[in-house]
Design a binder for this molecule. Structure first.
Ligand code: GDG
Length: 729
C-alpha cells in the first residue's frame, strides 16, 4: 500500500534538552494538530525538523533519530546557523513579511537565500532516502517552496503535492523578490499546488504567466513535459473536537471560573500569535474609539486579549510587543476604574480547555488580521458555539472571510468600520446570531480537516491521470523505437519539418532564432541522403528561409505555403496571389503596435504578422484578441485569413496554408515513411492532410491532430540524431 509522506518545517514531535536530558513532546504548531488524526488513519511518515539545533545534540543524533523513527518521524537536522539564516532569516524576515504585503519589513539577504536553498536541499535528500515507489509526498508551506522541484529532480516519477498555508501575494508584490523565478520553478515541481482561496491561486498563476510565460487553462499549466494543477483547497478544522470540547466538564469548570472573575460583563475575545500581520494595534485603537463613543458600555464590556509569544528574536516583533503593551496600558488607564479593567491582556499561550472556555463564553470574537492565509481562530470560535449564540467579526483580508460569509466582515484599516461592527454585534438579536452561526457550523462540519486532507489527496491523484494522458502521447519507449525502425527499413522517406518552435526555440526577435552550425550540420546530413526528401515548411519569409536553408538539398516552403521552392529550383508562388489588401490592413496593425510596447510588425510578401513575444503577457493576450477581432471584421469581405500562432497574429491570403503546400510533396509518389513535425496551429494543417500511416509529432503538449508529442526542440533534434545514427550516406 502506498504511504503518505508529510513534509513540513517542523515535525509533530519536538525535541528539547533540559539538564542534559532529552525530552520528546508534541509540537505546538497548528499543522501537527490539524493533520494529526489524518496522519494516523493511514500508513504515513512525517519528515521535518525536530526543533533543536544540531549542536545541542552532538553525539546523540542516532538516539534522537531512533526515538523519532519509532513514531514514524524522520528528522532533518539543522545547525544553529541554518536555523538562524533559514528559519529566522529567509522564512520569517523575507517570505513571511513579503507574502503578507509587509514589503517595508522584508529583508533581502543573499546569505538567508543560500541557507534557504541549503535547507531545502537537505530536505530533498532525506525524502529521496525515505521515499518508496508509489508513495504520495505532501509538502507544506512557505519554508519549503524549492522542495517540489528538488524532489522531482531526484525522483522524476514521484507524486508530489504542495500546500501553501499563507497568502500568495499579487504579482506586483511577489515580483519584488530577487529569487522569484527560483521560487516559482521550485513550486512547479509539484503535480498539485493547493491554496486557501481563489485569489491566491490567481495571484500564483499570474506570477507564473508573467515570470515564466506558462499560461493556465482552468488552473492547469502545461510545462515542457508536465501537467500541473493549481487549486483552491481551503483548510478545515477538526470540527467534532471543538464542538465536543465545549461540552466537556473541565471546560464547563473553566467557564464557571472565568464567569466568576468577569461578572456579567459582555466579552469580546481575541486570540493571536504576536505578529504584525494580525492587526492587534488596529483592534486596540478601534476598541478605544468604541469606549469613547459609547460610555454606556464602560464597565459592562471587556476585551479579553490573548497574545501568544512568538518570534521574539525578530526585531519587528519586539517593537510590536512594546506598542501593544503601551496601547493596553493607555486604554486601561483611561477607561478603567478601581474595580474594573477594560482589557484583560494575557501574553502567554493558554491550555486547550481555557481556550475553548473563552471561545464558548465570548459574545463577540474580534478577528482583525491585516492579512492572514486562512485564520483558524475564526472557525474554531464558531465551532464551539453549542447554543448558537455569539457574533464573529472578521477581517475581509483573512482567507476565512471567503467561507464565513455570515460573519460581520470589516476593513481593518478603517477604525469606524470596526466600531460599527461592534455596535452591530452588540445589538444583534439572539435569533439572528443563531441563524448565522448554524449556517457556518454546517459548512465547517461538512468541510472539516479530514475532508480537506482527503480532498487534497484525491485531487493530487487526479493530476496523475492528467500526467498519464500526457505521457501516453509522448513519443517515448516502444513508439519511439518503432518510428526509428520504420525509418531505417524505408527507402523513400518524406520529412516535413517546421522551423520556429520545432527545430529551434523561440526568441524575442525572429531574426535571432538563426540555426546554429550544429543544427545546420545535422539537417545537411539528413538532406544529403538520397533516400530522404526533406522539406522545411515555415511561416517565415522566403528570403530568410532561402538564406538559411537554400544551400541544402531540400525543398522549401515559406509564408505558410504562399511560396514553394523545389530542390535546386526557384521560388514559385503556389497560386497567383495579391498583396494590395495590405494598404487597408496595415494601419490597423500599426495602431496595435503603437498601443502595445514591445510588439512589432513583420511584413512578408503576402502576409502581415504582428509579433508580441516581448510584451507584457496579459497586455499581449488582450491586444491579440482585440486585433484578431478587428481584423476578422475587416477581412470578412476580402479573401483573407487571420491566424493566431505562438505570440503572433498574422493576416494572409485565404486558402494558402502549410497543408496545401505539404500535399504537393505527399501526393508526388508512394512514400514508405512520412514524418511531419510542428509546434503551432499552422502546423495542424499539415497533420490533417497526412495519410494515416504517417508519423506526426507536435512539439509541446497542447491539443493537436498529431499522433505524438515531444516536449521541446531539443527533443526533436535528439530524435533526428537517433534516426540517422548508423546510416551510411
Ligand atoms: C498558518 C497561517 C492558516 C492559538 N493560540 C493558542 C492556541 N492557538 C491555536 C489555535 C489555532 C492555531 O493555534 C492558530 O491558527 P492560525 O490560523 O493562526 O494558524 P497558524 O498556524 O498560525 O498559521 C494561517 C493556518 O496556517 C492553517 O493553514 O490559517 O493563516 O498563517 O488552531 O487554536 N492553542 C492553544 N492555546 C493558545 O493560546 N491551546
Amino acid at each position: 500500500m502506498s504511504r503518505l509522506l508529510i513534509v513540513s518545517n517542523r515535525l509533530p514531535l519536538s525535541v528539547e534538552k533540559r539538564r542534559s536530558r532529552l525530552y520528546f513532546e508534541p509540537s505546538a504548531g497548528g499543522l501537527a494538530t490539524a493533520l494529526g488524526a489524518f496522519y494516523k488513519s493511514q500508513p504515513s511518515v512525517w519528515i521535518g525538523w525536530p526543533g533543536i539545533e544540531l549542536e545541542k545534540i552532538k553525539g546523540e543524533e542516532q538516539d534522537v533519530e531512533a526515538r523519532l523513527l519509532s513514531e514514524n518521524c524522520h528528522p532533518v537536522f539543522l545547525s544553529e546557523q541554518d536555523v538562524e539564516d533559514f528559519y529566522h532569516g529567509f522564512c520569517n524576515k523575507t517570505i513571511w513579511p513579503l507574502f503578507h504585503y509587509f514589503s517595508e519589513y522584508t529583508v533581502y539577504d543573499k546569505d538567508f537565500w543560500q541557507a534557504y536553498e541549503r535547507v531545502n536541499e537537505a530536505f530533498a535528500d532525506t525524502i529521496a532516502e525515505v521515499a518508496e515507489p508509489g508513495d504520495i509526498i505532501w509538502i507544506h508551506d512557505y519554508h519549503l517552496m524549492l522542495l517540489p522541484k528538488l524532489v522531482r529532480d531526484r525522483l522524476p516519477e514521484a507524486t508530489i503535492g504542495f500546500f501553501l498555508h499563507i497568502p500568495f501575494p499579487s504579482f506586483e508584490v511577489f515580483r519584488l523578490l530577487p529569487w522569484r523565478r527560483q521560487i516559482l520553478n521550485g513550486l512547479l515541481g509539484a503535480n498539485l499546488i493547493g491554496f486557501h482561496t481563489y485569489d491566491y491561486v490567481w495571484h500564483f498563476l499570474d506570477s507564473v504567466h508573467n515570470l515564466l510565460g506558462y499560461e493556465a487553462t482552468r488552473g492547469q499549466l502545461t510545462t515542457a513535459d508536465r501537467a500541473i494543477k493549481a487549486d483552491v483547497v481551503p483548510i478545515g478544522i477538526d470540527y467534532g473536537r471543538y464542538a465536543k470540547a465545549a461540552k466537556d466538564s473541565n471546560v464547563r469548570a473553566e467557564v464557571s471560573k472565568f464567569r466568576e472573575m468577569l461578572g456579567n460583563c459582555k466579552i469580546i475575545l481575541s486570540i493571536d500569535r504576536l505578529d504584525y500581520t494580525k492587526g492587534i494595534p488596529k483592534r486596540l485603537e478601534a476598541f478605544s474609539i468604541f469606549l469613547e463613543e459609547h460610555p454606556e458600555y464602560r464597565e459592562k464590556l471587556i476585551l479579553v486579549m490573548v497574545v501568544v509569544p512568538s518570534r521574539t528574536k525578530v526585531e519587528h516583533y519586539a517593537q510590536l510587543k512594546k506598542q501593544i503593551d503601551e496601547l493596553v496600558g493607555a486604554i486601561n488607564g483611561k477607561y478603567g476604574s478601581i474595580g474594573f479593567t477594560p482589557i484583560w491582556y494575557l501574553y502567554r499561550p493558554l491550555p486547550f480547555d481555557s481556550l475553548i472556555a473563552l471561545y464558548n463564553m465570548a459574545d463577540i470574537a474580534l478577528v482583525t488580521p491585516l492579512r492572514d492565509g486562512m485564520n483558524l481562530i475564526a472557525k474554531e470560535y464558531v465551532a464551539t458555539k453549542t447554543n448558537g449564540r455569539g457574533v464573529l467579526i472578521l477581517s475581509e483580508t483573512a482567507g476565512a472571510a471567503r467561507e464565513l460569509g455570515e460573519a460581520i466582515t470589516i476593513n481593518v484599516n478603517n477604525p469606524e468600520d470596526i466600531v460599527q461592527a461592534l455596535e452591530e454585534a452588540l445589538a444583534m438579536p439572539k435569533r439572528e446570531q443563531v441563524e448565522r452561526n448554524r449556517i457556518m457550523q454546517k459548512r465547517l462540519q461538512r468541510y472539516d480537516v479530514g475532508r480537506w486532507a482527503g480532498e487534497f489527496i484525491d485531487r493530487l491523484l487526479y493530476t496523475r491521470t492528467l500526467q498519464n494522458e500526457i505521457e501516453a502521447r509522448a513519443l517515448v519507449s516502444e513508439a519511439r523505437t518503432a518510428l526509428v525502425s520504420d525509418f531505417h527499413k524505408s527507402q523513400r522517406r518524406l520529412l516535413l519539418l517546421d522551423y520556429d518552435g520545432t527545430l529551434v526555440s523561440f526568441s524575442g526577435k525572429p531574426g535571432r532564432a538563426k540555426p546554429t552550425g550544429e543544427l545546420k550540420g545535422l539537417l545537411k546530413k539528413i538532406a544529403r541522403n538520397p533516400k530522404n526528401e526533406v522539406v522545411f515548411i515555415s511561416g517565415r519569409d522566403k528570403d530568410t528561409i532561402g538564406k538559411w536553408f537554400g544551400s541544402l538539398n531540400a525543398g522549401l516552403v515559406a509564408e505558410h505555403g504562399a511560396w514553394v521552392k523545389e530542390k535546386g529550383g526557384e521560388w514559385e508562388m503556389i497560386e497567383a496571389l495579391t498583396s494590395d489588401w495590405k494598404g487597408e490592413v496595415r494601419p490597423i496593425v500599426e495602431r496595435c503596435v503603437d498601443r502595445t510596447p514591445g510588439s512589432f510588425i513583420e511584413e512578408k510578401g503576402f502576409s502581415l504578422a504582428w509579433h508580441y513575444r516581448e510584451t507584457s503577457p496579459k497586455l499581449g493576450d488582450l491586444r491579440a484578441r482585440e486585433l484578431t477581432n478587428d481584423l476578422l471584421n475587416l477581412t470578412s469581405n476580402l479573401n483573407l485569413q487571420v491566424l493566431e500562432g505562438s505570440k503572433v497574429v498574422e493576416v494572409k491570403n485565404a486558402g494558402v496554408n502549410k497543408g496545401r503546400a505539404a500535399l504537393q510533396w505527399i501526393s508526388r509518389q508512394e512514400w514508405d515513411f512520412i514524418l511531419a513535425v510542428g509546434d503551432d496551429l499552422t502546423d495542424e494543417d499539415v497533420f490533417k492532410v497526412l495519410p494515416t500511416t504517417a508519423w506526426s509529432i507536435k512539439v509541446g503538449f497542447s491539443a493537436s491532430a498529431a499522433k505524438f508529442n515531444l516536449g521541446s526542440p531539443i527533443e526533436v533534434t535528439a530524435l533526428l540524431k537517433q534516426m540517422i545514427k548508423g546510416e551510411k550516406v
